[in-house]
Design a protein around this ligand. Sequence first.
Ligand code: F6P
Length: 328
Amino acid sequence: MSEKKVNKIGILTSGGDAPGMNAAVRAVVRTGLYHGLEMFGIMRGYSGMIDDDIYQMDSRSVANIIQRGGTILKTARSKEFMEPEGRKKAYDNLRKRGIDGLVIIGGDGSFRGAQKFSNEFDIPCIGLPGTIDKDIAGSDFTIGFDTAVNTAVEAIDKIRDTADAHDRLFIVEVMGRDAGYIALHSGIATGAENILVPETKTDIDELINSLTEKEKRKKLVNLVVVAEGDEYGGANELATIIKKRLPQADTRVCILGHIQRGGSPTCLDRLIASRMGYHAVECLMNGKHNVMVGIVNNKMHYTPLDNAIKAKQTIMKEWLKIVKILAS
Ligand code: F6P
């Protein structure tokens, strides 16, 4: 715990955008202003810190954005910030404005940068988990996950209609990088027959057997939801294998892609973003530094940035068991 008083807070969004980032920016800015602090928006993540693309924000700067996807601060993945020279440039730009605290909304890569930066320059950093992948330990939800999953569910429901009409086997690929949460949640919610995630080994023989068995039983729809990070490499690669082993099946592929990153955030994402944003400023003011603000069991939860980086959540393996039973 540091007693250093924070007067000027910089806020940035970094890494892949996630619906709800704007709601978090709004909450941070308005909470800071409420406490009489000066608030600064940093454009394009760490790149804006290096390029001095920083502007002072007032209450109106965040008006009418709670419902908007994307991020008004834009985002980027900065290679330059990984180098000591880049971080020094960034620090000099903060120092000349007197910015003495940072809120970083992003994923584990962004937190890794924050951790290094605060160690080198003694600038307290607070992380807010903003990623559709939900691959960060220390929070039941990440900002953007719920919206992404709902977008996937809406899309897969539509695919189910056409799959049913044509008696086709559909393989739907969802995002998640090397995590399977979007696949698991959207797959269960759409009644997918098989869900493949990177956290568990995919047994291709078992998958083919289950598809064959379902075909024999004249199951109306056969949907496979695969996470992009699955060891078989995603929907196209999987379809090649399935087409070889099950040539009689009329197989189609649908890759949902970046639609999962856009759109107006759900109520849940707006709510958690608002709560986390508020508490980020409270943390900076109360000397609780270099933590990620999360929510666990509906209560605020603080994880040292180090742990938020290293630990990955474990996938709910029992959920996969449920899939087998419910899709039978
Ligand atoms: O981390 C969010 C995410 O959307 C992942 O699910 C996906 O693998 C990746 O970003 C895609 O990144 P990009 O937009 O750079 O292609």
